[in-house]
Ligand binder design. Structure first.
Ligand code: HEM
Length: 389
């Protein structure tokens, strides 16, 4: 079916940018007119000279508020980030259909997001929130998984997205008011405490975007880390022992899920050797920076040990969570959740991956695993329980 076909991967574009970046540090024009910036200092300039670029937010926004007012952004993060940090991660929340109880195959671009959804459910919305929970799940399956992770041709169009946001906002408002008093999740917060008065559609939209921020990236990260661990017993062993922190960083360096950041110039200025005009789009290729031999020794080699070395030169060359205003506020929670999920996976399963050219990521909205199949075989003995790291 056409709707299940993937759009062509943009991995070739990244390789092309990597090659151009080796010959010059100047930004260059892409086919659509945007400037591609790959040089470390210029990327930092864009991310720190925020007045030069139009203020924006990846997730703290709605159709009419782009971004939300600063106080509202602070209010949401003041609720969400501590809640993520306190989250008592528990494998008991993982649905039996997400990873198999017995041996089974799971297709790429799906199970990672579902797993993080299961683990984060207490922060997002409880399953007994009936309609809100079902609609959130529909959003995750249709938008986060099929459109963004899988890269489906037939994306949810604007009209159907608005309809979904409208239903979600309405359900969230009603259910949080009638059943939410004892809850401490994002749905209840948005429906009962959030001070900004939003129409139902925008409330649903905001909840969807925040859900996407929680599940989308971390879900892709654990699929990538599992793929690498499944092909190297040393990596699998470190994850099972709760010693995979360097491996997670090395996975994010070579395969940054958020492979480019985008900004729009607020006024004319010079960047590198080029004049950026007001309204120009600027694309910052963190994927290229992470693979640059100007900043990394043997950049294409997977070497988690590099993260135990002195990081004074490395820090500015590693931007999987962005930098400056708009930098990912969920980064610590994401790392804790990913490490927990990976420890559980490699303790509970022998994972194998097959089909496709496994060295080539699938790149669209996100940089994700090559399209593949994961085979999970439960280990006969699991030493439990494993604590949150
Ligand atoms: C591996 C996991 C993750 C990655 C790679 C990631 C990456 C990013 C990046 C690169 C940005 C900045 C975008 C920009 O500057 O244009 C960002 C922003 C954001 N992320 Fe994450 N993220 C992850 C997990 C999470 C989690 C678990 C949360 C949940 C709390 C979260 C919430 C957000 C929010 C709310 C923003 C917008 C911040 C703002 O506009 O002020 N992220 N993320």
């Amino acid at each position: 079916m056409r709707s299940l076909r993937q759009r062509p991967s943009m991995w070739g574009n990244i390789k092309e940018w990597d090659a151009r970046a080796r010959t010059s540090s100047a930004p260059f024009r892409l086919m659509d007119g945007a400037w591609l910036v790959h040089d470390r200092e210029q990327i930092h300039d864009v991310l720190t000279h925020t007045e030069r670029y139009v203020e924006q937010s990846a997730f703290l926004r709605t159709q009419t508020l782009f971004p939300l007012p600063l106080d509202a952004r602070k209010e949401i993060l003041g609720f969400l980030i501590p809640r993520m940090a306190e989250l008592d991660l528990s494998w008991d929340n993982v649905k039996s259909t997400t990873l198999p109880a017995r041996s089974g195959i799971r297709r790429s671009h799906r199970w990672g997001v579902r797993l993080i959804r299961d683990l984060s459910r207490p922060v997002l919305v409880d399953a007994d929130y009936g309609t809100t929970y079902s609609l959130m799940n529909y959003y995750i399956e249709r938008k986060s998984i099929r459109d963004d992770n899988w890269g489906a041709y037939n994306r949810l169009d604007g009209a159907r997205r608005s309809e979904l946001h409208q239903s979600l906002g309405k359900a969230l408002r009603v259910e949080s008011r009638t059943r939410g008093s004892a809850r401490n999740d994002l749905a209840t917060f948005l429906g009962t405490q959030f001070s900004l008065d939003l129409p139902d559609g925008e409330l649903g939209e905001l909840f969807s975007k925040l859900t996407q921020s929680v599940v989308g990236f971390t879900g892709s990260l654990i699929e990538y880390a599992t793929l690498l661990g499944s092909r190297n017993p040393d990596i699998a062993h470190r994850y099972a022992n709760g010693e995979g922190q360097n491996d997670v960083h090395e996975t994010l360096r070579l395969h940054p899920i958020s492979w480019r950041l985008a900004r729009v110039a607020a006024y004319e200025h010079v960047l590198g050797e080029v004049v950026i005009r007001e309204g120009d789009s600027v694309v910052l290729s963190t994927a290229t920076l992470h693979r640059s031999d100007r900043h990394w020794r043997n950049p294409l080699v997977y070497d988690p040990a590099r993260w135990s070395e002195d990081g004074s030169t490395r820090s500015g060359s590693y931007l999987p969570f962005g930098k400056g205003r708009g930098m990912c506020p969920g980064r610590s929670a994401a790392l804790v959740t990913a490490n927990y999920a990976l420890q559980q996976i490699f303790t509970r399963y022998d994972a194998r991956v097959w089909t496709g050219p496994l060295a080539r990521p699938y790149v669209r909205s996100l940089l994700t695993v090559p399209t593949s199949h994961f085979y999970f075989r439960p280990k006969s003995r699991v030493s439990m329980p494993l604590a949150k790291q």
